[in-house]
Structures are given as C-alpha cells and as structure tokens.
Design a protein around this ligand. Sequence first.
Ligand SMILES: CC(C)(COP(=O)(O)OP(=O)(O)OC[C@H]1O[C@@H](n2cnc3c(N)ncnc32)[C@H](O)[C@@H]1OP(=O)(O)O)[C@@H](O)C(=O)NCCC(=O)NCCS
Length: 208
Amino acid sequence: MLASNTNSSVFIRPMTHQDLEIVINLHRKSFDGYMNVFLGKQFLKKYMSWFVSNSSASAYVAEESNIVVGYFIGAPVGYPIELNKYLLKVGIWSIISHPKIFLHPNFIQTIRSRLKIFLKKNKNISLKDSESFFSLVGIACDPNIRNIGVGKKLMDEFKCFVFKNGYSMARLSVYEENYIARSFYEKNGWKFLSKNKNIINYYLKIIL
Ligand SMILES: CC(C)(COP(=O)(O)OP(=O)(O)OC[C@H]1O[C@@H](n2cnc3c(N)ncnc32)[C@H](O)[C@@H]1OP(=O)(O)O)[C@@H](O)C(=O)NCCC(=O)NCCS
C-alpha cells in the first residue's frame, strides 16, 4: 500500500536487473506516446539494462514498502554512442516488429540524430572524451505518488552520485510542453541552457 501524503518511508537504492520489469511498467505509464515506449517492452528492457550494467552510468530506484515507486537513469554526456551500439540489434528488430513507429511524429528526427551519433563515432568521440558533464537521462515517479517529494529524493541522490563520481556539472533535455517536469527541474536548481525546436536543455552546477 502506498503512503498517500508522505515520502518519509521512501528510500533510494541502486536499480538491479530484478527491478527492470516494474521500472519498465512505470516508464510506460510516465512516458506514454514517447518513441522508446512505442518500440515495446523488449526494447525498453535492453535500454534500461544498459544503465544498470554500465559502470559509468547510474540507475537508482525509489522504494516504498518493497514497491518500486520511482527511478532515475543517467550517464556521462556522450553515452548515446555506446548505448546505440548496444541497442542496434534489438532496435532494428523492434522497428520491424512495431511498424506503427514509422508514423510517430518524432521518427525521422530521432533516426537522423541517431545516424549523426554513429557518424561522430568515426571521429573517435568516446564516452571518456566527453565526461565533463553528466546527463540525467530520465526520471519518473508512479503517477499515484507524485508531488509529495519522491522526485526530489531521487534528484538529491542523482546530485550525490554525480558529485561523488567527480563531475561538477550535469545536464538534461526535456520537451518544452512538459511544464510539470520543467517546474520540478527549476525548483531543484536546474537552469536554462539552450533550446532546439521543442526540446529544452537545462544544466546544473553540482553544489552539495
Ligand atoms: C517530474 C516528476 C519526476 C516529479 O516528481 P514528483 O515526485 O512529483 O516531484 P516532487 O514532489 O519532488 O516535486 C514537486 C514539484 O514538482 C513540480 N510538480 C509536481 N507535480 C506537479 C503538478 N501536478 N503540477 C505542477 N507542478 C508539479 C512542482 O514544481 C512541484 O513543486 P511545488 O509543489 O512546490 O510547486 C514527476 O512529475 C513525473 O514522474 N513525471 C512524468 C515523467 C516525466 O515527465 N519525467 C521528466 C522528463 S525526463
């Protein structure tokens, strides 16, 4: 049973492979209509598992009474080069088996940006070269327990992780129309960095 008006019994711990099923369900509820959700469960499992397995990435969950109620994932800026390589086979298979993806409004833009990343790979840009910023790739809480501070707990853990791992700056991207998330980020100290079409980039100087 989830507490309805408190987050005091919520604690944050590293995500494990056993959490993936429930994290994926949470992700699907939180990001309905997003491209990676269109690609299906198998794709999402592989996607999330990269953050759990990769030693330079971070993946944490918020847990209450043994139930996972939130998560965040992050990685050093430049991570899509390795991630895309890891996802190539399952990505191709998921596109073929979910042909509706071709109708997704962001399909062309996403494929174009993935191709650009592959081309950059040829210029030998690696995860290690671009480690001065750490990316917050995703954060979400169960819709039933939002706006009671669980997101902030996850965010505080993210800041700790980033700081402990030797970074002083973090960044993230969010859709312009995601007003709730933008308000949440701004409340947690994130500042406007740049805008590209309907995507806003924020940065955070990590001070603990
Ligand atoms: C963004 C998100 C993680 C915030 O988690 P949360 O646990 O609700 O956030 P907290 O309770 O710690 O923070 C509360 C702050 O978030 C914002 N917020 C949360 N819910 C809100 C709502 N329904 N309306 C407006 N602002 C809201 C406000 O800034 C709020 O502060 P305030 O109440 O003082 O105005 C959560 O809304 C979520 O999972 N959203 C869906 C997934 C998503 O969009 N993720 C971000 C994109 S990567």
